[in-house]
Design a protein around this ligand. Structure first.
Ligand SMILES: CC(=O)N[C@H]1[C@@H](OP(=O)(O)OP(=O)(O)OC[C@H]2O[C@@H](n3ccc(=O)[nH]c3=O)[C@H](O)[C@@H]2O)O[C@H](CO)[C@@H](O)[C@@H]1O[C@H](C)C(=O)N[C@@H](C)C(=O)N[C@H](CCC(=O)O)C(=O)O
Ligand SMILES: Nc1ncnc2c1ncn2[C@@H]1O[C@H](COP(=O)(O)OP(=O)(O)OP(=O)(O)O)[C@@H](O)[C@H]1O
Ligand SMILES: N[C@H](CCC[C@H](N)C(=O)O)C(=O)O
Ligand SMILES: [Mg+2]
Length: 491
């Protein structure tokens, strides 16, 4: 594509003259990935400033640079007021505006995004639609998985990969949209067809100033859900009306709203919910009719995840009978309420609860189904929201008979200091708790003590296969560690 065509799409704030014939063969934001013919877009990051790598980019073959600061460069230099915004615009244009060519579902909210993504994958796949997925666990194109760094990738990667998905005949893109992504404009220019809201509770207050700011970021997904009405391009916002934030989100979109919930009257509702240790039953009431669902997923929070998926599937014209079959066939999602050895004499459950609300939901569920004592092994991530630490510890202390506080991903923080933040606010009643900073030892401690019918919850890292200490990631998988100790105990 010619540089002039790329530039014609954005507001440029300097008066540049450049050769009309400059051909841009790729867009890059990382100087190390620049090749001959690239346009290098300099991003001022949280760690380093892309403007400092312009010379490297030129040495690697950049034919043009896009900047937001005054720089002297030997190649065509396009100055804009905000390179992140310009990156979203130019990437969308460079890849032929792919998000308007494939149906797009964006899911936002504090908890449940990943789970809903995989429920929807099952529903669409069973309905013979090939899916493309972006989320916390991975990126997927059909059956093929690829690792990704962020839950919601930056605009360049996103537009490029959606274009690839279209080339590989993907019929439906399903993606988690984090509040960071919305706030940083990673999804600017994404033409979503269905936007989903799960719930809002405390997380990420290291990044957002307040819960209001966190909600504002979430609301952008709904505000950005196309503003025009076209008969053949209908949009829908799928919203959990049991959550108090739903009021603002409904006002944020001009599009059709489909509501779901268990307590407030909604388009998609669950009634007669029966929770058990081996699954959940409920009556599903929808605009298409009423049916019974027998799911293997555990916990009331998963009823909400199923309702959100049903609402999306209905908006995507999938018949209720297919939706029911898909939901009933799903065994579970990796690292979400995953039983390490099903039907063992004591249960060890690995779960990704890393917020106060998710931890409370999971522990309430366990309390309802546990026949004897509850152990919880939990920590809090370093370089993340510090205010959630005492709350998570209090919740663990409230619900578990044996709380064991340990490290999650300490990142660049001192693990003992994180543990102190967690335990400082604990009530000084008689209940004992353990602090074992080494996660492997903490897991071992719980499993070695468990007796028949006890439940051990290992929370916070779910599907993660590493533990980040400092800047280094070490191999670590809660499920493998637990399995190892369980086997050790048998011998
Ligand atoms: C705080 C944050 O969001 N940081 C994101 C940001 O990194 P950064 O600002 O530190 O980037 P940087 O290292 O300073 O680099 C700035 C620029 O210089 C360039 N560079 C750098 C070095 C070099 O030699 N040459 C060069 O050109 C880089 O390519 C980049 O364009 O841009 C990166 C590339 O897009 C992201 O991967 C990174 O996410 C980090 C890994 C992260 O942990 N983000 C979290 C907070 C996050 O976004 N989480 C949400 C999910 C949250 C949830 O709901 O649970 C997510 O969507 O993942
Ligand atoms: N609808 C829900 N409401 C509250 N808690 C939930 C819900 N669904 C899942 N959880 C809990 O939250 C944890 C994370 O779930 P999931 O990975 O689906 O959420 P997510 O929104 O993708 O999280 P992240 O922001 O980390 O990507 C689960 O392991 C479970 O403990
Ligand atoms: N996407 C979330 C995941 C947190 C998972 C938890 N294990 C931690 O490391 O804090 C984050 O980066 O805040
Ligand atoms: Mg997720």
């Amino acid at each position: 594509m010619h540089l002039k065509d790329i530039v014609s799409f954005i507001s440029v704030s300097n008066n540049v003259s450049y050769d009309d014939n400059i051909e841009v063969t790729s867009i890059e934001t990382d100087s190390r990935k620049v090749k001959k013919g690239s346009l290098f877009v300099a991003i001022s990051g949280f760690t380093v400033d892309g403007h400092d790598f312009i010379d490297d980019a030129i040495n690697n073959g950049a034919v043009a640079v896009m900047v937001e600061k005054e720089v002297q460069a030997e190649v065509a230099t396009i100055k804009v007021s905000d390179t992140k915004r310009a990156l979203a615009m130019t990437s969308a244009m460079f890849y032929g505006n792919p998000t308007s060519k494939v149906p797009m579902i964006g899911i936002t909210g504090t908890n449940g995004k990943t789970t809903i993504t995989y429920l929807l994958e099952r529903i669409f796949n069973r309905y013979h639609k090939k899916t493309g997925i972006f989320g916390t666990i991975q990126m997927k194109i059909g059956e093929e998985s690829f690792p990704i760094q962020n839950t919601t990738p930056d605009a360049l990667f996103l537009q490029r990969k959606i274009a690839e998905m279209i080339q590989q005949d993907v019929d439906q893109v399903i993606m988690e949209v984090s509040s960071h992504a919305l706030d940083m404009g990673r999804v600017f220019g994404c033409d979503y067809d269905i936007a989903v809201f799960t719930n809002l509770s405390q997380d990420h207050l290291d990044y957002h100033d307040s819960m209001e700011d966190y909600l504002r970021a979430k609301s952008l997904l709904f505000a950005q859900l196309g503003n025009g009405y076209q008969e053949n391009n209908k949009k829908a916002a799928v919203i959990n009306v049991d959550d108090p934030s739903s009021t603002l989100l409904m006002k944020s979109t001009a599009q059709h709203v489909i509501t779901y919930g268990c307590h407030t009257t909604a388009d998609v509702m669950a009634e007669n919910i029966q929770l058990a240790a081996n699954g959940t039953k409920f009556t599903l009431k929808t605009i298409l009719g009423t049916t019974e669902i027998h799911s293997k997923l555990i916990g009331k929070f998963n009823v909400y995840n199923m309702l959100a998926s049903v609402a999306v599937a209905i908006a995507s014209d999938i018949p209720l009978v297919d939706i029911k079959e898909s939901l009933e066939s799903i065994e579970g999602v990796k690292g979400r309420f995953e039983s390490v050895i099903p039907d063992h004499k004591y249960s060890v459950i690995v779960d990704y609860a890393h917020t106060p609300d998710s931890l409370e939901n999971v522990l309430q569920t366990i309390q309802e189904i546990a026949e004897r004592n509850i152990y919880v092994v939990v920590g809090c991530g370093g370089d993340r929201d510090k205010t959630k630490r005492p709350l998570m510890a209090q919740i663990a202390h409230k619900y578990a008979d044996y709380p064991i506080f340990t490290s999650d991903n300490p990142r660049t923080e001192d693990p003992e200091a994180i543990l102190k933040d967690m335990t400082d606010g604990l009530p000084s009643d008689s209940k004992q708790y353990e602090v074992i900073a080494d996660r492997r030892q903490a897991i071992r401690y719980a499993i070695q003590r468990a007796e028949e019918k006890d439940v051990i919850l290992i929370a916070g890292k779910g599907h993660e296969t590493y533990q980040q200490i400092g800047h280094k990631k070490y191999d670590f998988d809660d499920r493998e560690v637990a399995l190892e100790v369980m086997r050790e105990r048998e011998n």
